[in-house]
Design a protein around this ligand. Structure first.
Ligand SMILES: [Zn+2]
Length: 308
């Protein structure tokens, strides 16, 4: 399969790319990325977080905090210093992975600000996966897709974007043409989608939802802001569908085991990324079966109505 060696720069998590980002990263200092929007980078770099988690401060006199980050005392203090006594309207969480939500509670207590998010997940869901989940996350105010929060220039619209994680939210700031994309769209790499909590079909639908805004910039929770919003979304969509085609080709050749498909498609993969790659391949296999089942249901319905 020669097409497996397609150029994937910026599309597959790469320890080398993550290392390069860490080397130029500035931790703990607020950096203005747009008028009234600054980012504070947490020092929690891992293979999938690029240089670390971005915590955004949005607004001037009254702030929204987006993705408070990990429970790290140094990061917490850096965020408090950047807030510098201003009123915090709310702390918005994209999802409760351990690198995004744990600082919400201590920040909420110190700033007297409510925490907003889609909500926690049922116990049985939490225990169905060995992902790095924050099990204690419960927002003060549960949000739903389509809701609007804030006022004036700083009003945000909530986009429910499952795919990477079931309770993932993005926040759309229409006045500035910006979507805060959490882990759904990152600038430095594609996101990890591992079943059972990750779902590729949902991911693609959520990507379409983000594209349906008129976003010109994306502010991810890992990596630099993305200035070419729509072309980055298209690039990610094309990459996912290219990979879907490759996985389906393997299935048609009788390879059904994720490990053997990874060996075929991910040549030269760093061993520690193997498990996640197998999870991503499983997500592609699941989407293949889901689409086949849907097509069969459609054919059955069509033939039933023909014979009526
Ligand atoms: Zn995540």
């Amino acid at each position: 399969m020669t097409d497996c060696k397609t150029e994937t720069k910026g599309l597959v998590p790469s320890p080398l790319a993550a290392k390069a980002l860490r080397e130029k990263a500035v931790y703990g200092q607020p950096l203005e990325v747009a008028d009234g929007i600054s980012v504070i980078l947490a020092d929690n770099a891992k293979d999938y977080t690029g240089p670390g988690t971005n915590t955004y401060l949005v607004g001037n006199d009254r702030l929204w905090i987006i993705d408070p980050g990990p429970a790290d005392a140094v990061h917490l203090q850096a965020v408090l210093d950047a807030v510098d006594g201003r009123v915090v309207e709310g702390i918005l969480v994209t999802h409760n992975h351990l690198d995004h939500s744990p600082a919400a509670t201590p920040l909420s207590e110190q700033l007297d600000a409510p925490v907003y998010g889609y909500g926690g997940l049922p116990e049985e869901v939490l225990h169905s996966s060995d992902e790095d989940i924050d099990p204690d996350f419960v927002p003060h105010r549960a949000l739903m897709g389509g809701e609007k929060i804030g006022t004036g220039r700083w009003h945000l619209q909530v986009l429910h974007t499952p795919g990477h994680f079931p309770n993932h939210l993005c926040y759309w700031l229409p006045e500035m043409g910006i979507v805060f994309t959490g882990d759904h769209v990152m600038g430095w790499s594609t996101t990890v989608i591992v079943p059972p909590l990750g779902n590729l079909a949902d991911y693609m639908d959520s990507l379409d939802l983000i594209a349906s805004t008129s976003a010109v910039r994306l502010m991810p929770s890992h990596g630099d802001p993305v200035d070419n919003a729509q072309s980055r979304i298209n690039e990610i969509r094309d990459h996912r569908m290219m990979r879907q085609g490759q996985v389906e080709e393997c299935l048609h050749q009788g390879k059904t085991d994720p490990a053997s498909i990874v060996a075929e498609l991910y040549e030269g993969l760093t061993p520690r990324l193997l498990k996640a790659a197998e999870g991503c391949v499983q997500a592609h296999i699941d989407m293949y079966h889901a689409r086949r089942a849907q097509a069969e249901r459609f054919e059955l319905t069509a033939s039933n109505s023909l014979h009526r």
